[in-house]
Design a binder for this molecule. Structure first.
Ligand SMILES: CC(C)(COP(=O)(O)OP(=O)(O)OC[C@H]1O[C@@H](n2cnc3c(N)ncnc32)[C@H](O)[C@@H]1OP(=O)(O)O)[C@@H](O)C(=O)NCCC(=O)NCCSC(=O)CCC(=O)O
Length: 527
């Protein structure tokens, strides 16, 4: 037998597993597919009746360019859209704000007002396509813009399917696009839950994300623990705001990474489902099975891709995607092989989607549910990840709450330690990265990456100037005053926000109004 190896979460992997390694109460831990505790998947038939949603994250430049990319992706066979916004939009600033300079349209599309949103979804049937939007602090603003555009096209809120990321807690821990302090942020999240329940009932109101923590270096057990602990915080905030658990929990969704360490990743997804189901039933008294189902999106691990010999990334992504599917994901983004270099080119984006199509239509993965059930190693690892994550969640709650732990710098510190260990292992060669620390070539082939046109910023600025000149500024001011009053009080802010956006207030103006009332978050020195 070779030397014992450690899993990503740090427990030893045995050279051989046998029946003796299976948990004693395996049947109870497994349950049936589509039944508590959902270890085997959230739906009884899983992919045998419908494959996962192929949902490729995309967006850059202006709304016009991104709209063209969405049409191209849909033609190529994606089943749902996933919008990437530029940093100014994610931070609640307009493209002509001095703070936005140099960032407009860079890492995603620039959206300033309902006019951009109309362009972004031009020609896309919003009653048929589900749309995910990676937007957090201004999540409610972009959701309302989406709803307004849908309504203009005769599609009512009740017919809309989609997700906003809206997960502010992991922004404090790992991703960084927060605006407001935790308290008003959580209030905004709870307002969004309540609004969606009444007005957009099929919308997934949040995508509680471990992905970015994993990209920052979190181990699988940390990823599960910190994500689910944040989930608990949102549930508590919504309950404290007076919502009943079964009124909002069915629409909570999750988002994880898929690494190349496939066995532990499959175990991770199965363990996460089990922990969440138990928490919702036993701790929060959920009665609706949908409240207990951990439904999740997966993105393949960008951090594991290399700029060296980038075509090798195609292989990594296939392995990572395979793990996500074996783990029962509901929705999947497979990275483009050139992502470690720049924005994906059209060809690379198509290849990434083709990878999913091979998994769905050429392999036998969709013929049966949870193929790894009963596997000695995967069941043993599922129990291990579950135990490690549960223990770590307890350590989060030892601080009081997930927010208390965030303010103490706990999750960030744990993730940094794990990231440091990974970096050391790569440097020493103990962790092999093909093409980077082993199997290198002397001369890399030149690669022509896609670049964003720098004139976008000026064009967006002109659009905004026109908008401000044309709109009824009195109506905008009145609507923003209503929004301010709601933010100062305790009525749901989404209703006046929607009216302001309808009157063509910009994303920056709406967020600016809230910034004035709620202030902005400053991380404590302990970070
Ligand atoms: C719940 C998920 C995870 C998936 O939703 P989907 O609509 O795709 O899938 P779904 O809900 O499973 O399925 C759609 C409908 O089909 C039904 N359905 C599906 N399979 C079924 C089966 N086997 N049997 C019966 N029904 C089934 C479901 O019940 C549902 O209907 P009902 O609804 O009627 O029940 C959602 O939140 C989502 O799409 N998330 C995507 C998040 C995302 O793309 N994030 C990108 C982040 S990118 C990022 O952050 C990284 C970079 C950065 O930092 O910027």
């Amino acid at each position: 037998m070779s030397d014992a190896r450690s899993s990503e979460s740090g427990f030893p992997i045995q050279g051989v597993y046998t029946a003796a390694d299976l948990p004693a109460d395996l049947d109870a831990r497994l349950g049936e597919p589509g039944e508590f505790p959902y270890t085997r998947g959230v739906y009884p038939t899983m992919y045998t009746s419908r494959p996962w949603t192929m949902r490729q994250y995309a967006g850059f430049g202006t709304a016009t360019e991104s709209n063209a990319r969405y049409h191209q992706l849909l033609r190529a066979g994606t089943m749902g859209l996933s919008v990437a916004f530029d940093l100014p939009t994610q931070m609640g600033y307009d493209s002509d704000d001095p703070i936005a300079h140099g960032e407009v349209g860079k890492v995603g599309v620039a959206i300033d007002s309902i006019e951009d949103m109309r362009t972004l979804f031009g020609g896309i049937p919003l009653d048929k396509v589900s749309t995910s939007m990676t937007i957090n602090a201004p999540g409610s603003v972009l959701l309302l813009l989406y709803q307004l555009v849908a309504e203009e096209n005769g599609v009512p809120g009740a017919a809309l399917n989609g997700t906003i990321q809206n997960d502010i807690l992991k922004e404090y821990i790992a991703r960084g696009t927060y605006i407001f302090p935790p308290k008003p942020s959580l209030r905004l999240v709870a307002d969004t839950f309540a609004y969606c329940r009444a007005e957009v009932p099929k919308w997934n109101t949040i995508s509680i994300s471990g992905y970015h923590m994993a990209e920052a270096g979190a181990s699988p057990a940390q990823e599960v623990a910190f994500t689910l602990a944040n989930g608990v915080e949102y549930v508590r905030a919504a309950l404290a705001a007076g919502l009943a658990v079964d009124d909002f929990a069915p629409r909570l969704s999750f988002f994880f990474v898929a690494r190349t360490t496939l066995l532990e990743e499959v175990a991770k997804f199965r363990a996460a489902r089990r922990i969440w189901a138990r928490l919702m039933r036993d701790e929060f008294g959920a009665k609706n099975p949908k409240s207990m189902m951990l439904r999740f999106h997966t993105q393949t691990a960008g951090v594991q891709l290399t700029a060296q010999q980038p075509e090798v990334n195609l292989v990594r992504v296939a392995v990572q995607g395979l793990g996500a599917v074996l783990g029962g994901t509901q929705s999947l983004h497979t990275n483009s092989f050139d992502e470690a270099i720049a924005l994906p080119t059209e060809k690379a984006a198509r290849l990434a989607l083709r990878t999913q199509q091979v998994l769905a239509y050429e392999t036998d993965l969709t013929a049966t549910v949870d193929p790894f059930a009963g596997s000695y190693v995967v069941e043993a690892m599922t129990a291990e990840v579950e135990a490690a994550a549960t223990e770590l969640m307890d350590r989060v709650f030892d601080h009081g709450s997930a927010v208390d732990a965030i303010e103490a710098g706990f999750q960030k510190r744990e993730i940094e330690q794990s990231a440091y260990r990974i970096a050391q292992e790569i440097d020493s060669g103990e962790r092999v990265v093909v093409g980077l620390n082993r199997f290198r070539i002397d001369e890399e082939e030149p690669y022509e990456p896609l670049r964003v046109d720098p004139s976008i910023e000026a064009a967006q600025g002109e659009r905004l100037a026109r908008l401000r000149a044309e709109r009824d500024s009195g109506a905008v001011e009145r609507a923003l005053a209503e929004l301010r009053a709601a933010a100062e009080g305790d009525t749901n802010v989404l209703y006046p926000m929607k009216e302001a956006l309808r009157a063509r207030a910009t994303v920056g103006e709406v967020c600016g109004t809230l910034r004035e009332v709620w202030g902005i978050y400053r991380p404590s020195d302990r970070f």
